[in-house]
Design a protein around this ligand. Structure first.
Ligand SMILES: Cc1ncc(COP(=O)(O)O)c(C=O)c1O
Length: 468
C-alpha cells in the first residue's frame, strides 16, 4: 500500500492508454503516434493547440456519430414490431453539450433532441431539427419558453408541475391549437453517483410524485383539457448510472401507472420515456458501462414483461441519453503552467500542475467531486510517475480539474495535458468566473479540425458590460 493509500486517498494512477474502443474514457479515434504524442481522428492534439490555442474543448465528431448511430440502431432493433414492441425514439439530451453542429450531427444519425431551456430549443431549431423531433423539459419554464415550443410545433412539452398544466393550456388556447404533453413522474427510484445528480427520489424539485398521487392528478387534469394531448409518461432517475436495475424498477413503476390510467380513464397513453442517465468511464477504473445494445435489450425485455403482467398493449418507448452519447467523444486540451511540489508530511508530497483553464471550463470536479484523469498529449511520457493534482488558474482552492493522477515526473511548463471524457457537462456547465473567456469547441471529423463555437475574447466580456 502506498503512503497516499495509507492516508486514506486512492492511489494516483496514470490515465489509461487509448484503446480505440467505445468503453473507455478516450474517444475511439484517439491514438498515440510513434513519437508518443496523442492524436484524435488522425489530427495531432499539438496541432489543434497550435492552430486554435488552449484551453480547447475537442469533440470527435466521428466518434459522436458512431455512438449516436449505435443508440439509434440498437433501439430500432430491440423495439421492433418483430419483437412484439411498438418502436422507440432516442432523444439526445442537449443539456450535455449543444451547438448547431452537434445537433446536426446527432440528428443526421437518427436521434431526436431533448431540450431544457429556450436557449437549447433555439439551437436545435437553428440546426434544422424538425420541431416534431424536439422535446422541452424544465421545472420552471417561462411563458416565453412554452410559447416558443408551441410555435415550433415541438413533439412534446414535458410537464413538471400541476401549475404548469394551466399555463400550457392557456398558451395553447390563445393560439387555438392543441399541444402534445408528457407528465414527468418521480418514481422514488434513486440511482446515480451523487445526491445532486440523482433526480427521481421524492425530496427534489423535479417531476410529479407517484407515491403522493400528484402524477395521477396531473394526468387526470390533462385528460380533461381539450387543448392538451397526453402523449406520454416520463421518468428520469438520475445520472452516471452503470447498473441497469434502477431503469428496470422505474420502467415497472411507470408502466404500472399507465395501466392504472387505462383502467381509470380508458385512455392508453401512447408513449413512455425512460429518461437518460447512462454512465460512462471517466478514469477507466469504473465498471464497463452498458452498451446501447445492452440498454435497449434490457429495457425491451422489461417493457414486454411488465405490459404482459399488467395486461396492456406495449407503448412506444423513448430515452434521453446525453453523457453517454457525447461524454467520451470530447476531451479538454490544456497547456501546463506553474508547477509546485507540496510536502504533505510523512514523506508524502503532491505535485500541483496548474493549467490555463480550470473550474470555469470544468466545474464537475469542484461541484460533484467527479473523478477525471489526464495524460500528457504532446510527447511520450518517460517511465517515472509522480502523484499529481491538476488545478486551474482561478481564485479558489477548490479549483481542481483532476484530483489525483500519476503524471510523468518530467511534466513541465509548456506541455499539453488532455483530460478525456469532458464532452458532456464541460462546455455546457461552463462560466466566465474570474472573467476568463470560455474556450472554443473544436470539432474533429474526416481527418480535419474546425471550430464549432469560437473562443470568447476579453472584448466579448467587455461588450456585455454597458459601462465599458
Ligand atoms: C430529464 C433528463 N433527461 C435526460 C438527461 C440526460 O442525462 P445523461 O446526460 O446523464 O444521460 C437529464 C440529465 O440531467 C435529465 O434531467
Amino acid at each position: 500500500m502506498s503512503a497516499a493509500e495509507r492516508a486514506g486517498e486512492p492511489a494516483a494512477r496514470p490515465a489509461p492508454e487509448p484503446a480505440g474502443d467505445m468503453d473507455g474514457p478516450w474517444s475511439s479515434t484517439v491514438r498515440r503516434d510513434g513519437a508518443g504524442a496523442l492524436s484524435v481522428g488522425s489530427v495531432p492534439l499539438a496541432a489543434i493547440a497550435e492552430e486554435f490555442g488552449t484551453p480547447a474543448y475537442v469533440v470527435d465528431l466521428d466518434d459522436l456519430r458512431a455512438r449516436s448511430r449505435a443508440y439509434a440502431a440498437a433501439f430500432e432493433d430491440a423495439f421492433s414490431a418483430e419483437n412484439g414492441l411498438a418502436g422507440a425514439d432516442v432523444y439526445y439530451a442537449g443539456k450535455a453539450l449543444l451547438t448547431v453542429g452537434i445537433a446536426r450531427a446527432v440528428a443526421e444519425c437518427g436521434l431526436r433532441v431533448d431540450t431544457s431551456t429556450g436557449g437549447e430549443l433555439a439551437v436545435a431549431l437553428r440546426a434544422g431539427v424538425p420541431g416534431a423531433h424536439i422535446g422541452l423539459h424544465g421545472n420552471n419554464k417561462s411563458d416565453a419558453e412554452i410559447s416558443a415550443a408551441i410555435d415550433a410545433g415541438v413533439g412534446r412539452i414535458v410537464v413538471d408541475s400541476l401549475a404548469e398544466i394551466d399555463r400550457v393550456e392557456m398558451l395553447a388556447a390563445e393560439r387555438g391549437t392543441s399541444v402534445p404533453v408528457m407528465v414527468r413522474v418521480t418514481t422514488g427510484v434513486h440511482a446515480g453517483g451523487h445526491e445532486f445528480i440523482a433526480t427521481a427520489h421524492e425530496d427534489q424539485k423535479f417531476g410529479l410524485s407517484l407515491a403522493s398521487g400528484a402524477a395521477a392528478e396531473a394526468i387526470r387534469r390533462i385528460l380533461a383539457r381539450p387543448a392538451l394531448e397526453l402523449v406520454g409518461i416520463h421518468s428520469h432517475i438520475g445520472s452516471q448510472i452503470l447498473d441497469l436495475a434502477g431503469f428496470e424498477a422505474a420502467a415497472r413503476a411507470v408502466l404500472t401507472l399507465r395501466a392504472d390510467v387505462h383502467r381509470e380513464h380508458g385512455t392508453l397513453v401512447p408513449e413512455v420515456d425512460l429518461g437518460g442517465g447512462y454512465g460512462i468511464r471517466y478514469t477507466g477504473t469504473e465498471t464497463v458501462p452498458p452498451s446501447p445494445a445492452l440498454i435497449a435489450s434490457t429495457l425491451a425485455d422489461v417493457v414486454s414483461r411488465v405490459c404482459t403482467e399488467v395486461g396492456t398493449p406495449v407503448p412506444r418507448i423513448s430515452i434521453e441519453p446525453g453523457r453517454s452519447v457525447v461524454g467520451p467523444a470530447g476531451l479538454t486540451l490544456y497547456r501546463v503552467g506553474t508547477i509546485k511540489d507540496v510536502a504533505l508530511g510523512e514523506g508524502r508530497s503532491r505535485r500541483y500542475v496548474s493549467v490555463d483553464g480550470g473550474m470555469s471550463d470544468h466545474i464537475r470536479t469542484a461541484l460533484y467531486g467527479a473523478q477525471y484523469t489526464a495524460a500528457l498529449a504532446n510527447r511520450a511520457a518517460p517511465a517515472g510517475a509522480v502523484p499529481a493534482r491538476v488545478v486551474g488558474k482561478h481564485c479558489e482552492s477548490g479549483d481542481i480539474v483532476v484530483d489525483h493522477v500519476a503524471l510523468p515526473d518530467d511534466v513541465a511548463r509548456g506541455d499539453l495535458l488532455a483530460v478525456p471524457a469532458t464532452g458532456a457537462y464541460g462546455r455546457s456547465m461552463s462560466s466566465q468566473y474570474n472573467l476568463v473567456p470560455r474556450p472554443p469547441v473544436v470539432g474533429v471529423e474526416g481527418g480535419g479540425a474546425r471550430v464549432l463555437v469560437r473562443r470568447e475574447t476579453v472584448d466579448d466580456l467587455l461588450g456585455l458590460d454597458l459601462d465599458a
